[in-house]
Design a protein around this ligand. Structure first.
Ligand SMILES: Nc1ncnc2c1ncn2[C@@H]1O[C@H](COP(=O)(O)OP(=O)(O)OP(=O)(O)O)[C@@H](O)[C@H]1O
Ligand SMILES: [Mg+2]
Length: 238
């Protein structure tokens, strides 16, 4: 595929005798936002863990700019340009926003003024001296994104970035993804909220029972009767 920065090829994952992923292949182009959706238990978190290097696939390969990174640690992936949003649990309550930005780029090449610019763009400049545990939940998640951006990623993995957010915080996150990420880096977003998916994504891939069930434009995929059926039972409450 033209301009592709990231690809998983034939990825399967067994947990004992249980197959959580079955021969999943997909790619992301530079600047493209790809949403991965799917009902509960579809394998989304398993996919995120394989992409970010928490554990390896049973079969298949993970490629960054065509290079095989399947066996690389999460840290090494980050250094090569594959970042994921940090989990809230990885923020240190007593430390400030500015200190977190420094932590994120330890060993990296983002300069102080670049970090300040990032905070400015993310609307967090005024919060730089604040301990992170005084931030709202939404601002903590935006800080996670700023930290991931500070590593200058080529591909950014966002794992349910709007989970637990208020409507206003969700709108801010949507705007950040569209203005700051879309068109600039490859993005994979795992998202339950279909309104976030349609507002941020260029393409949607549906996982169901560990396999790709559909793929295409958000409009086409969400209109697909098969996808509607998949969602009727398990995701009706989301
Ligand atoms: N470590 C594990 N050992 C055994 N089974 C697992 C393990 N991790 C996940 N599974 C199973 O693999 C399947 C996929 O799980 P996964 O967490 O990837 O789904 P998901 O799409 O993230 O679901 P959700 O929307 O609920 O977060 C589920 O049936 C789950 O029970
Ligand atoms: Mg999950």
């Amino acid at each position: 595929m033209d301009n592709e920065v990231f690809r998983v090829e034939g990825v399967s994952k067994m947990f004992g005798a249980f197959q959580a992923l079955n021969d999943v292949s997909l790619g992301v182009r530079h600047g493209e936002v790809l949403a991965i959706i799917g009902p509960n238990g579809a394998g989304k978190t398993t996919f995120v863990n394989i992409v970010s290097g928490v554990f390896g696939p049973s079969r298949g390969r993970v490629l960054l700019e065509g290079a095989d990174i399947t066996a690389f640690s999460p840290q090494r992936r980050t250094r090569l340009g594959l970042s994921r949003t940090f989990q809230i649990t990885s923020l240190f309550g007593g430390m400030t926003v500015a200190e977190h930005m420094q932590l994120a780029v330890r060993g990296g090449d983002t300069l102080g003024h670049e970090r300040a610019e990032l905070l400015e763009e993310m609307g967090l400049a005024g919060s730089a001296p604040r301990p992170v545990d005084t931030l709202s939940h939404g601002d903590q998640r935006i800080l996670e994104m700023a930290m991931a951006m500070a590593t200058k990623p080529k591909v950014l993995l966002l794992d349910e970035p709007t989970a637990g957010m208020s409507v206003a915080e969700t709108d801010t996150m949507i705007r950040l993804i569209c203005d700051r990420l879309r068109g600039k880096v490859g993005v994979i977003i795992i998202e339950h909220d279909m309104s976030v998916v349609t507002q941020t994504s260029d393409r949607v891939t549906v996982l169901a029972a560990g396999a790709v069930a559909a793929s295409g434009s958000p409009e086409a995929v969400l209109r697909d009767p098969l996808v509607k059926e998949l969602y009727l039972g398990s995701a009706a409450g989301h």
